[in-house]
Design a protein around this ligand. Structure first.
Ligand code: PLZ
Length: 449
């Protein structure tokens, strides 16, 4: 089976962005939906597939967001649609902890196979990335009988109470929502572009700072888990230098701490490896998985060492919708699509096109301070020329410019000065190249102004 996109793969604008029909819906949106909800592009979607989103005015927009790294296989991928249709007709919900079904078990088997580590693994399925993070912490505490959780600067782990505590950035994620859960300890992140120490020795310096703080401020014997995104997502696609993640994992192992990789944004082929930790052969005790797992249906998972995953009391984890049969069917279709269509290798190849284009932008434009990322997860950090000052205005202007030209881009970063690229892995090269050319034009316009 091929999952060729079912709509034309072209950028085509027939109205201004937003067009009249979207404008009408925007009025209804602001009346009906909370204004506390964000919006990256002010158009309403009619259809999407491959590398494009078609809005209700008929504009075909290049999708460099993939629903925040979620539709890695593209919207409405053939295998996902087929599995979902069959499952919807058979049954929609029994609750796995009431009357089980095979799709849930098959997804667990697939995750246990696909995640790194040759040890025996088991999984729990839930509904969202934040819920997966919450469950990882519950399980880690149950296993270690320790309270403390170590997280990092610039981290993003979700919007529930515990995961807000784990998330670094205050506005917009935490402002007004405290008090937050206790026993969360934030450590320095090895952020190469903004590292103030020895640029040649970042991983080692950062590791020393982290382990020193753990020992002096928490006590390693009190730490249940170290939770880290192998490449930080919302925090600005911060890529730690080689050696930092393996160093943390080794420290965790030596102290009976569980090493938990939050691969919610980096997983399912995104970085050119199936999971980002594969790059350095790190084998986390617990993997936190969501977004790309189910072709856009809500599903998330915690996969880890079997002894760890079995440590909560029976019925200690679960939930009504966790591992819903329709979402599981979608996940099986998604995994088959990634494997049969070689999308991990495709992400790596897209990465080469992207790096080349972004490096050229960096060499041409003084507002581009840094270019980083891997595979189909790369970003630009904007600065005031000649300084390290974050340039939020440039980010805003460039994203707006690209939107007007029919390219959807997402922003990121603790300092709100990063544009991140997260195209669906099935995007044809000609669209990727076109989007990068428009991004280049947008930077040129902003750099000049
Ligand atoms: N961990 C690493 O990236 C979700 C958030 C979008 P949920 N990131 C997108 C927004 O503004 O809410 C994310 C992540 C990492 C956890 C999460 C949380 O995943 O499925 O959004 O709960």
């Amino acid at each position: 089976m091929t999952s060729g996109p079912h709509i034309p793969q072209e950028r085509r604008l027939v109205t201004a962005i937003p067009g009249p029909k979207s404008q009408e819906m925007l009025v209804r949106r602001s009346e009906a939906a909370s204004t506390s909800l964000g919006m990256a592009i002010p158009v309403f979607v009619a259809k999407a597939g491959g590398g494009v989103i078609i809005d209700i005015d008929g504009n075909s927009i290049i999708d460099m967001a993939a629903g925040i790294a979620t539709v890695n296989v593209g919207n409405s991928a053939d295998r996902v649609v087929k599995n979902v249709m069959e499952q919807v007709q058979a049954f929609t919900h029994t609750c796995f902890t009431v009357a089980p079904y095979s799709g849930y078990v098959e997804v667990c088997e697939a995750l246990n196979r696909l995640t790194p580590g040759s040890f025996k693994k088991k999984s729990v399925l839930v509904n969202s990335g934040a819920e997966a993070v919450e469950n990882a912490v519950k399980i880690a505490r149950a296993f270690t009988k320790r309270p403390a959780v170590v997280v990092f600067e610039h981290a993003y782990h979700g919007r529930t109470n515990l995961t807000m505590a784990m998330t670094a950035k205050n506005i917009p994620y935490k402002e007004g929502f405290g008090p937050f859960a206790p026993e969360i300890y934030r450590m320095p992140m090895a952020y190469p572009f903004r590292w103030v120490g020895d640029q040649e020795n970042i991983a080692q310096e950062a590791l020393e700072m982290v382990t020193h703080k753990i020992e002096k401020e928490i006590g390693a014997h009190n730490v249940a888990a170290i939770v880290i995104e192998p490449i930080q997502g919302e925090g600005g696609f911060v890529v730690p230098p080689i050696g930092f993640l393996p160093g943390l994992a080794a420290y965790a192992k030596a102290h009976g701490i569980l090493f938990c990789a939050d691969e919610v944004q980096t997983g399912f082929g995104r970085t050119g490896d199936f999971f980002a930790v594969n790059q350095e052969n790190v084998e986390p005790d617990i993997m936190i998985i969501a977004k790309g797992i189910a072709g856009g249906l809500p599903l998330a998972a915690v996969t880890g060492r079997a002894d760890v995953m079995d440590s909560a009391v029976p019925s200690g984890v679960g939930g009504t919708f966790g591992g819903n049969p329709v979402a599981c069917a979608a996940a099986l279709g998604t995994i088959a699509t990634i494997e049969e269509e070689g999308l991990v290798a495709k992400a790596k190849a897209m990465g080469e096109i992207i790096s080349k284009a972004l490096e050229s932008m960096k060499s041409k434009y003084a507002i581009v301070g840094d270019v980083r990322g891997r595979g189909a997860m790369q970003a630009l950090e904007f600065v005031i020329p000649g300084t390290m000052e974050p340039n939020t205005q440039a980010m805003v202007d460039i994203v707006k410019y690209c939107q007007q030209k029919g390219v959807l881009l997402l922003t990121a970063g603790t300092y709100s000065n990063v544009i991140r690229l997260l195209p669906p892995l099935v995007m044809p090269d000609h669209l990727l190249i076109e989007a990068l050319e428009i991004l280049d034009e947008g930077i040129a316009a902003s750099n000049a102004g």
